[in-house]
Each structure stands twice: as structure tokens, then as C-alpha cells.
Design a protein around this ligand. Structure first.
Ligand SMILES: Cc1cc2nc3c(=O)[nH]c(=O)nc-3n(C[C@H](O)[C@H](O)[C@H](O)COP(=O)(O)OP(=O)(O)OC[C@H]3O[C@@H](n4cnc5c(N)ncnc54)[C@H](O)[C@@H]3O)c2cc1C
Length: 404
């Protein structure tokens, strides 16, 4: 079967200027050459087998390091902080080629979320301490926002912190429990929201901290997901000391810091690169399907490709605006991308047929064509309209912007 979306997409990305198109074509060739030699078969298999928001963690670390050594680990960052200096269309081309060549999906909380946040709002000392190990992959970051009873209603969080004298300066002493913390079992660091004072509006009195996951008093308990992996965790804090120097923004004003970070997170958690990977698997499943099945989904596939191009355009616009994006744009992208992703996985499961569930229960290889991937991906993608703000919450945000 041909891959029409890919050709469509290659035509569509860039600006209309012929010289820019020529540069883009050269850039694409350069990226392909690099991926050809840098991606081993093991890394490609890990990329194909990706079910959740990142690939198997060992493959993530190896791939992160290779991109770092190439100088390509943080295309979205300003050049002076370690970015590549690529144009928006080059960044998109890079993502497309990584997806088309089954590169592993990075564990990217540092690169996509806390890194850009520290560049925007961190102190000079924080940038100096934290940006280099994010780039090199020595420190992976997880997000400690949600708690039992504080998900959509995040401002009701109860993990608390008080200050006391500690070593050569003051420290926050943190007690409480976070939940649904993706990758906490792999992360060296966590950015977290804690309550430092009560009374008044619930959004007031929250503070944004950078916490070392290797600190005494932290216990991580994996939580098994619907699709069988322990992607997220419960994290307990018992008298955990966090130097006051590791606070971002002012004490009690972490809400505004957290909101800024969520704009980065929401615009980047279901990217077109992720959608294109799923589409590739759908196309592979269709190749193995009978003619009647292929005919029955042709219209759906065209519709999916068109919608994907629209989302890619939104992503391109966001990249051109260099992250100074309004929350509404991030909400539109998150809604459209996650809902399309779910639709793709529904179609994938339909094409894979009833055998898919059996193959998954039999632990068939997720990197191989076949139904196991379809089943696992279908279940994993149910979560996409919940994390980083549920679809209902994003519709509320948009409604407030529209209606006031
Ligand atoms: C796979 C996965 C990974 C995650 N990773 C992380 C992580 O790394 N770090 C982290 O901090 N959190 C993480 N989360 C948590 C996630 O952010 C929360 O699950 C999410 O905010 C929803 O909160 P909740 O689960 O408490 O559901 P609730 O807030 O209790 O919502 C339950 C239902 O009510 C609806 N609802 C709630 N309020 C409203 C409203 N005002 N209007 C309309 N409908 C409403 C919701 O849409 C939802 O359908 C993850 C979640 C998942 C599923």
C-alpha cells in the first residue's frame, strides 16, 4: 500500500518560498542520513513497540545520548541554551523523519517542560545547574502535580511544605503523596507543586519546587495501568528536604509558574510525531488486511490524514511563535491531537480484528506487525484525553476564552 499522507505532508509543511523549500529538502536528506546510521535495529524496535508516552527507558537513554552528541537533542530551545537554531519547518521535518524511521520516543519532561520553564522563569543559578544535565540526559524529570482528589481540581492539593534551617541555607520540608506520576521510577528529578500556606483562594499558597528524587524520605510505588505496564506511580514524601534555592518563582505563587509549564506540556504531549507513528502502524495493519477491510476504512483514513495535516499546521504555528503561545492554542492542539489519536487506535483495533486481544494476552512482540500492538495501544490511548487536563477541562478553558 502507498503512504499518501507522507507525500502530502512533505509538500505541505513549509512556507511557499522556493529557496526555503530547497533548504527543507536538503535538511530532510541530512536528517535521513543521520538516522540511517544512528538508529540501530534495537532502537527502531523499541520505537515501534512504544505504547505510552515514551519508549522503553533504556532505549530512551541511549537515543537521548545520541541526539545530544549530535547536538540535536533540544530543537525547540533557544540556541544560546543548547538549541539547534532550526527553523519551525526544520523542526517539524526532524520530528516527521524520527517518526518515519521508528526512532524511540524520548522521556522528555525535562526537554519539553521544565527546561523551557527554567529558561523563561528560572534564576541564572537554576539554569546553570539544571539545563546541562537535561540536555545530556543525565537527569530525567517527572511531574508531581496530581494527588488523590486534586486532579482537575489541582488547586485543592494537600502535599505541604514548611521551611526550616538546613545545611548552608533554609530548606522546605515536604510531606504528602502525589499520584499518577509518569516515570517517577526512572526520574532523577521531579518538578512539583506543594502547599506552603492555606486560607484565601486555593490557588494562592502553592509553591513550585525542584525536588531530587534521590532525597531521603521519598518512596515510589508503581501503579499498573489498564494496558499492563507500570507507567505511572504513587510518590510519598516524608520529611523530604528541598533547598529553598530550588524554588521557582516566589513562595505561594507557584500557581502562575505551574500554569506556564502546562502550556508547554499541553502543546507537546500528543505531537504529530506520535500520531504519525500510530498511523504507520495502522497502515502496516492494513497491508495485512483483506481487500474488503481496506475498502471499508478508506474514507476514515483520508479523514484522519486531513485532520493530521491540520494539527501539524497548528504545531508549526506554535513552533514559529517560539512557545509564547496562549493557553487556548495549547488547549485546541491537545484536544484535537488526543481525540484523533483515540480515533486512530479504534480503527487500528477494528482492522486488527478479534485476534488482537488474544495476541496481546499472549504477550506477542509489540514491535512486530500483528494485533498485540493494536490492543495495547488502544487501551493506553484511553488515558490521552485524561492526562495534562481532561478534554472536559480543556473545553471549559476554551469556553471561558470565548464567552468570557
Ligand atoms: C496515563 C496518565 C499519566 C499521568 N501522568 C501524570 C504525571 O506525570 N503527573 C501528574 O501530576 N499527573 C499525571 N496524571 C494525572 C492527570 O493529570 C489527572 O488524571 C487529570 O488531571 C484528571 O484528574 P483526576 O484523575 O483526579 O480526575 P477528576 O479530576 O476527578 O475528573 C474525573 C472526571 O470528571 C471530569 N471533570 C472534572 N472536573 C470537571 C469540570 N470542572 N467540568 C467538567 N468535567 C469535569 C473530568 O473530565 C473527568 O472525566 C496522569 C494521568 C494519566 C491517566
Amino acid at each position: 500500500m502507498t503512504v499518501p499522507h507522507q507525500r502530502l505532508n512533505e509538500r505541505n509543511i513549509a512556507t511557499s518560498a522556493p529557496t526555503t523549500r530547497g533548504n527543507d529538502a536538503r535538511f530532510r536528506t541530512q536528517v535521513r542520513r543521520f538516522l540511517d546510521q544512528a538508529l540501530t535495529e534495537d532502537l527502531r524496535a523499541a520505537g515501534r513497540a512504544t505504547i505510552g508516552t515514551h519508549s522503553e527507558i533504556g532505549a530512551c537513554r541511549i537515543w537521548h545520548r545520541r541526539l545530544y552528541e549530535q547536538g540535536w537533542i533540544a530543537p525547540a530551545w533557544p540556541k544560546e541554551h543548547g538549541g539547534t537554531g532550526w527553523s519551525a519547518s526544520e523542526r517539524l521535518i526532524f520530528d516527521q523523519e524520527c517518526a518515519a524511521n521508528d526512532a524511540p520516543m524520548l522521556f522528555a519532561g525535562g526537554l519539553r517542560n521544565v527546561g523551557p520553564l527554567l529558561i523563561a522563569l528560572g534564576s541564572e543559578a537554576q539554569r546553570k545547574r539544571y539545563l546541562p544535565p537535561i540536555l545530556s540526559g543525565e537527569e530525567f524529570w517527572c511531574q508531581g502535580y496530581s494527588e488523590a482528589g486534586a486532579g482537575s481540581d489541582l488547586a485543592s492539593l494537600r502535599t505541604r511544605a514548611r521551611t526550616e534551617a538546613y545545611r548552608d541555607g533554609d530548606a522546605y520540608v515536604v510531606n504528602g503523596t502525589k499520584i499518577w506520576t509518569t516515570g517517577a521510577q526512572h526520574a532523577e528529578k521531579m518538578f512539583a507543586l506543594v502547599r506552603t500556606s492555606a486560607g484565601g483562594k486555593p490557588q494562592h499558597g502553592i509553591t513550585f519546587l525542584l525536588i531530587d528524587m534521590r532525597s531521603a524520605g521519598i518512596t515510589v510505588r508503581p501503579v499498573q495501568t489498564l494496558y499492563g505496564e507500570a507507567e505511572f506511580n504513587e510518590v510519598h514524601f516524608e520529611d523530604v528536604r528541598v533547598p529553598v534555592a530550588d524554588r521557582v518563582g516566589a513562595e505561594d505563587d507557584g500557581w502562575s509558574v505551574a500554569k506556564q509549564l502546562m502550556v508547554y506540556a499541553r502543546a507537546s504531549n500528543t505531537t504529530c510525531a506520535l500520531l504519525r507513528r500510530t498511523l504507520r502502524r495502522l497502515e502496516a495493519a492494513l497491508e495485512a488486511a483483506d481487500a474488503a477491510t481496506r475498502a471499508s476504512v478508506r474514507d476514515d483514513l483520508t479523514d484522519i490524514e486531513l485532520r493530521l495535516n491540520v494539527i501539524e499546521r497548528l504545531e508549526y504555528d506554535a513552533a514559529r511563535r517560539e512557545g509564547s503561545d496562549a493557553g487556548a492554542h495549547a488547549s485546541v492542539m491537545k484536544l484535537r491531537a488526543t481525540e484523533l489519536h483515540q480515533r486512530m487506535t479504534e480503527l487500528l483495533l477494528e482492522v486488527a480484528g478479534p485476534a488482537a486481544c488474544r495476541q496481546w494476552l499472549d504477550h506477542a512482540d509489540l514491535a512486530e506487525p500483528g494485533g498485540a500492538f493494536a490492543s495495547a495501544k488502544y487501551f493506553a490511548t484511553r488515558a490521552a484525553t485524561i492526562y495534562s487536563g481532561s478534554s472536559e477541562v480543556h473545553r471549559n478553558i476554551l469556553a471561558r476564552q470565548l464567552i468570557g
